[in-house]
Structure formats: C-alpha cells, structure tokens
Design a protein around this ligand. Structure first.
Ligand code: GAR
Length: 209
C-alpha cells in the first residue's frame, strides 16, 4: 500500500475528495494512515472519524516554540509510516526542518493557477477575492510539491476554471473546488503513488506511460 498522511486546518472537503476517491476505486493501492489538524475541532477530523481513519490535533499552541511543534509533527508522521504528506487546506507555514524531513514527499493544493494569486497571505477565500478584484476571466487550482518557499515548489497538475459574471468569492471558491481541486488532488496522489511523477533536483519529473 502507498500510505499518505493528510494535514488539514478546516472543513476538509479536499480530504473528503481523497477519501471518496479511495472509496470508489479511483485511488487503487492508496491508504490514508493519518489525518492531522493544527486546529482543535476542525470538521476535517470529524470526517476522518466517520471513516475510521486515525486522526489527531497537534496544535502549535501546545508547544513552547515552532521547533518543538514541528518535532512533534515529524514524529507523528514518521510514526504513521506515511510515504507522502498531503497538505489539504493546511494553513501553517512549514519549517525548513519539516521540509527536509520529507523532501520531495510533500504536496500542497492551492486554489489558483500558480504563479497567480499565491504566496504569503494568499489562502482560502482571499485567493478568490484577489482573482475577482484583478478581473481575471480564468482561474483554477494547482497541486505542487512543497519546497522552502510559499507556493513556489514544482507544479504537478493544474486545472483551469472559468469565472462567470456576478461571481462572489464564495461562489467562485465552490466552483474551483468542484471543478478543479477535488479532481486534481486525487489525480496527483495517484500519479505519485504509481511512480509517474517525482521531485528531483527541485523539479517535477513526469514519466509518461
Ligand atoms: C482549499 O480551497 C485549499 O485549496 C485552500 O484552502 C481550502 C481548504 O478547504 N488552501 C490554500 O489556500 C493553501 N494556500 P478544505 O478544508 O475544504 O479542503
């Protein structure tokens, strides 16, 4: 089995998309071994509970500093035996130590077409507010490997989504999730699990079959 740990902060609809993809057979050979939230009471933990997936909250507030928090995260993920760490709406900026511990084995989903509307301060609804403010006609989502920068790592998959007249940030967020995020996150996990994509020398290497 290819084992994944999913890190979450909120509602967990991307986690649900991965759970559903495993359930309907579109992620063969993939298993979620751990779900970790930085926030107590995140609905994503409830989703894991419902499906009998091992889960916990590791809150930065419970540790004296960032180093101690990330030590605990590294230990929990290593203990789970995960082959891949999936950031699915995880809103804590990772430490260099954490990235080094799992280099090339961390992916993130971001709700825009990187390099637009990404980097520090661009997360969740703020991304869609910025896209609407700028007046772009097409946006989308990106799955990328994680490196030391914010949203700078090698891109694995992107999917475009049209913006409609009268879209609000909330309406756009829902469309980007439905049409892009919930599709490309399972796709990227499968591609990595099957060895079709890997990170090498800071680039995403795609092996076409
Ligand atoms: C998703 O839209 C995800 O792409 C975004 O947060 C949302 C989490 O929703 N992530 C970022 O903005 C990261 N920069 P979810 O908890 O329902 O999956």
């Amino acid at each position: 089995m290819f084992k994944i740990a999913v890190l979450v902060s909120g509602g967990g609809t991307n986690l649900q998309a991965v759970i559903d993809a495993i359930g309907d057979g579109s992620l063969p050979g993939v298993e979620i071994v751990k779900v970790i939230s930085n926030k107590e009471g995140a609905y994503a933990l409830k989703r894991a509970d419902i499906c009998g997936i091992d889960n916990c909250c590791i809150s930065p507030k419970a540790y004296e500093d960032r180093a101690a928090y990330f030590d605990a995260m590294i230990e929990a993920i290593k203990g789970s035996g995960a082959d891949l760490v999936v950031l699915a709406g995880f809103l804590v900026v990772l430490s260099a130590e954490f990235i080094n511990a799992f280099r090339g084995r961390i992916i993130n989903i971001h709700p825009s077409l990187i390099p637009s509307f990404c980097g520090d301060g661009y997360y969740g609804l703020k991304v869609h507010e910025a896209a609407l403010r700028r007046g772009v006609k097409v946006t989308g989502a990106t799955v990328h490997f994680v490196d030391e920068g914010t949203d700078t790592g090698p891109i694995i998959i992107q999917k475009a989504v049209y913006i409609n007249n009268g879209d609000t940030p909330e309406v756009l967020q829902k469309r980007v999730m439905e049409q892009a995020e919930w599709k490309i996150l399972p796709e990227a996990i499968l591609a990595i699990a099957k060895g079709r994509v890997r990170m090498e020398d800071g680039r995403a290497i795609v092996i076409y079959e």
